[in-house]
Write a protein that binds this ligand. Structure first.
Ligand SMILES: C[S@@+](CC[C@H](N)C(=O)[O-])C[C@H]1O[C@@H](n2cnc3c(N)ncnc32)[C@H](O)[C@@H]1O
Length: 275
């Protein structure tokens, strides 16, 4: 049977602690650091949107680090994320800075995306954490949300990067206060590569130091070959599918194993998604 767990990023406590990770300037973990995000936003504005004021939907927007900067370039943005702390942060910043951004606290599998977008973007690999059926659904909903001629931008991990994730060695670490608890804990991690289904499985056993409670969190990442991404996109109705080495358009300096797919809604036609 296929294992397809996901860390509950929508849990209020995990979400509150995850927000710290999104905003951290120490590493590119939950979100990239500001310097790199600015380069990505520049590329999206100048290259993908050709400097034209556009209506953008940011799926899994987190604390709005991309959409808020795109709004500063004159775009009208909407973000959807199921992390309550991230959406509260993004909404507060948008009001304070008077940005043309609206943020919605919803699950992108069930949310109504709305219509008439010029760009739907989904960055930083999260696409691959969905089961293939949900990934198809997200693409189909994105297609519907776009204007004819609109574009989808996905930043995804390569097949090899996901396989490496599944073949990571087991490690343990301790934290005084981290993502999994406000109290000291020990975290034992183990990873597996499910060759047959091309899924990387990461398991985190979290042992609280004070009450010795053990919680298990599982994160699964589906690997796709480039040809499978193409079939997924085509099945959702997208055309003119192009690949780019990174969100700056140039070869990735950081070797993070991700690349970018941009495709167009060239007709109003809809297709059934299947892989
Ligand atoms: C790796 S983070 C990236 C955040 C943001 N795009 C960025 O790069 O700064 C992935 C985001 O996807 C959100 N997410 C994951 N599954 C989701 C779902 N089913 N519905 C809505 N948001 C989801 C998480 O809460 C998290 O904020």
């Amino acid at each position: 049977m296929k294992e397809h767990g996901k860390i509950p990023w929508d849990d209020p406590q995990i979400s509150r602690r995850m927000l710290r990770e999104h905003l951290s300037q120490r590493y590119d973990a939950a979100s990239r650091r500001t310097k790199l995000i600015k380069k990505h936003v520049d590329w999206i504005h100048h290259f993908v949107l050709a400097d034209q004021p556009s209506k953008i939907l940011d799926l899994g927007c987190g604390p709005g680090l991309y959409s808020s900067r795109l709004a500063e370039f004159g775009h009208e943005c909407e973000g959807i994320d199921f992390s309550p702390a991230s959406i509260e942060y993004a909404s507060t910043k948008a009001i304070q800075k008077k940005l043309a951004c609206v943020y919605r606290h919803e699950d992108i599998r069930t949310a109504n995306y709305g219509v008439d977008f010029d760009l739907v973007m989904f960055v930083f690999s999260e696409f691959n954490t969905f089961e293939p059926e949900d990934a198809c659904l997200i693409l189909a909903k994105s297609f519907q949300a776009l204007k004819p001629g609109g574009k989808i931008l996905l930043e995804v991990p390569s097949f090899d990067a996901v396989e490496q994730l599944g073949n990571q060695p087991s490690v343990w670490y301790s934290e005084k206060n981290g993502l999994f608890s406000d109290e000291p804990y020990l975290c034992l991690t183990e990873s597996f590569w499910n060759e047959e289904d091309a899924i990387a499985i990461e398991r985190y056993y979290v042992i609280e130091e004070t009450n010795k409670d053990i919680n298990l969190y599982i994160n699964c990442t589906q690997a796709y070959e480039e040809s499978q991404f193409i079939s997924l996109m085509k099945s959702a109705g997208f055309r003119d599918i192009d690949f780019y080495p990174s969100l700056t358009g140039s070869q990735n300096q950081q070797l993070d194993g991700m690349f970018v797919i941009i495709a167009s809604k060239s007709t109003a036609e809809e297709r059934r998604c299947s892989i």
